[in-house]
Design a protein around this ligand. Sequence first.
Ligand code: IMP
Ligand code: MG
Length: 179
Amino acid sequence: MGHKLTPFITGETIRERIDVLGREIVQSYENNEEPLVCICVLKGAFLFFSDLIRRVDRPMEVDFVRLASYGSATSRSEDVIFSKDLEVPIEGKDVLVIEDIVDTGHSMDFLLHVLKRRNPKSLKICALIDKHERRETGVQVDFAGFNLSEGFIVGYGLDYAERYRELDGIYELSTDAGK
Ligand code: IMP
Ligand code: MG
């Protein structure tokens, strides 16, 4: 059974959208001169993060977290752990979590709970893809690149079993079984 990749969002369209998102983020923190802590959620957000932070023209600190879900494949927040925690303290700071996709919201829900306990001044979410129609939690994305209601996508950091992260654009993945 093979996979079929159908072009969905080109690299050029992603970069255009990131220019706009970067300006929106700058605007929303313009009254604060303290560095914004930008957190990359590994692995999926690594390309989005590196492109986005270069369009957020303001002082910042960057750090990385990695979540791992164990137990069921349908990641419930109770089944999520850090496999890599932050290294910078966030108490009293503005924090922006930068994620690839918020789907059911369970992984983000877990992350927000952990980060809130560290008393940041503010905590916002930026996601490349917001699958808000599939949400099973109260998680809301503050800055969304694109909305998607259905389908599984890969490329531009997003994977299927660790494949396709290196692609410049985003593709819809389907199986070509039965064809
Ligand atoms: P959630 O906990 O259900 O919100 O799951 C979010 C995580 O599932 C994302 O960070 C991705 O790693 C993964 N994910 C959800 N949808 C897709 C997709 O269409 N392509 C690749 N990964 C996805
Ligand atoms: Mg992820």
